[in-house]
Design a binder for this molecule. Structure first.
Ligand code: GLU
Ligand code: MG
Length: 436
């Protein structure tokens, strides 16, 4: 059979989905200038393929412009078609960035970080996922045998990551049933979110190529573990690491401490963006090693922000290893929007000159509301509607985003929730598991 290779221009959207349009690969260069046509109301397509209330209706036209720097071409071999896509930016037809383009929103946040603090972001997303179809095997947490069951897939994935320009790091059998974790090396700026998006697509690609299905859903069953996304972050000033200070509190540099303080101060208002589905809030509960309070943890996996370990044995200098991770995130969000919200909150902390937070070492779920408040902690929202209310109620947070962004984002999420009305928790978990 004859075939001509197509490339997909695509982007992450408000539903955390990667959507796009394909064209002949021979046109790539031309399309990096003129783009492909895109429709404003697409932004209100929910993860369940319903359309939430849209201010655009049937009107308007945009262009999606693929970016050569975010282009991926991977050949798995056999009879699997060549995988070829490029993330891009959505613009108005006169070239201005579109207000709902997640990549442009992240670019704005990174520019603010540079303007206010003279810092560039360096980091990587860490992902957990589960196989959907396959017998539930027990006794395999972290095991070599559990790894062996997916060795072929892991090795194909690592090769695909390299071909796509991602630096492979680790792959392991995580704790949960059929759960695995994959990490990658750090990159800079927009590429941090691009590479997270690319990684998720590659995992799906290699799984589907071997007849398997994976899910990145935050939680499949409230009685079992969740699938987290941990966003590792550090800073560069020029080309030098700027996160570690031997004499700083918890060894954080002054600006890194202010940045973390900003994240924690605004966390309850941005969580509707970093953990944006109904089931995200089943995962964000105590004792799951996710996040339930706006606390910093020193190497504590129950904290929203955790200072990660450094090793004296590493060939990498301590200042370059030092990073913190944001744990109140999952894969139902656009990585670009997640990172934009985190960066804005952090820069706000730098602008407000907030002190480096204390780090907790105890179980905060044992404290009552007044004891928590006395120490400046809040329980994070327990549901998506509560999280959306906090987002909309913060003029500071609303002001970080383009005009009407938060209002339309909230409408999108309401559309998503409307689809779930009348369904029980099991059905809701199962729906999210299918779409993420
Ligand atoms: N599965 C946990 C989560 O939902 C994270 C476990 C870990 O620390 O790797 O975030
Ligand atoms: Mg893990």
């Amino acid at each position: 059979m004859i075939a001509e290779e197509l490339v997909i221009a695509c982007c992450t959207d408000l539903a955390g989905k990667v959507r796009g349009k394909a064209f002949p690969a021979t046109q790539f260069d031309k399309r990096t200038k003129r783009g492909i046509g895109w429709t404003p109301t697409n932004v209100q397509i929910t993860c369940f393929d319903t359309i939430a209330e849209s201010p655009f209706g049937s009107l308007g036209d945009l262009v999606l412009i693929p970016d050569e720097k975010a282009r991926v071409r991977v050949q798995l071999g056999g009879d699997v078609p060549t995988e070829h896509f490029a993330l891009g930016d959505i613009r108005h037809t006169d070239g201005r960035p579109w207000e709902f383009c997640t990549r442009s929103i992240l670019r704005d946040a990174l520019e603010r970080l540079d303007r206010v603090a003279g810092l560039k972001l360096f980091g990587a997303f860490e992902h957990e996922f589960q196989f959907r179809n396959g017998a539930v095997v027990i006794g395999e947490a972290y095991s070599v045998n559990g790894f062996r069951a997916e060795r072929r897939l892991a090795e194909t994935l690592v090769a695909a990551m390299r071909e796509a320009g991602l630096e492979p790091d680790t792959f392991m059998k995580e704790f949960g049933a059929g759960q695995y974790e994959v990490t990658m090396g750090p990159s800079r700026g927009i590429a941090i979110a691009d590479q997270s998006t690319i990684l998720r697509e590659l995992v799906r690609l290699v799984a589907n190529a071997s007849g398997k299905e994976v899910t990145f859903t935050p939680i499949r069953d409230p009685d079992a573990v969740g699938n987290g996304v941990h966003i590792h972050l550090s800073f560069l000033s020029g080309d030098k690491p700027a996160t570690w200070d031997q004499n700083g509190k918890h060894e954080l540099s002054k600006k890194a401490g202010q940045f973390v303080a900003g994240i924690l101060k605004y966390l309850d208002s941005i969580i509707a963006i970093t953990a944006p589905s109904v089931v995200s809030y089943l995962r964000l509960t105590p004792h799951r090693w996710s996040a339930a309070f706006n606390n910093l943890g020193f190497r504590d996996r129950e904290a929203s922000v955790r200072i990660c370990p450094v090793s004296d044995l590493s060939d990498i200098a301590k200042a370059s290893q030092f990073n913190f991770e944001f744990r109140a995130a999952d894969a139902t969000a656009s990585p670009h929007l997640q990172l934009a919200a985190i960066v804005h909150a952090g820069v706000q902390g730098i602008e407000e000159d907030l002190p480096t937070p204390e780090a907790t070492t105890e179980d905060l779920s044992l404290l009552d509301a007044s004891a928590l408040a006395a120490r400046g902690y809040v329980r994070l929202p327990k549901s998506l509607p509560e999280a959306l209310d906090r987002l909309s109620a913060s003029p500071t947070v609303v002001g970080w985003f383009p005009a009407r962004f938060v209002e339309i984002y909230a409408k999108h999420k309401k559309g998503e929730m409307a689809f779930l009305e009348g369904k029980n928790q099991k059905e809701i978990c199962s729906l999210y598991e299918r779409v993420y």
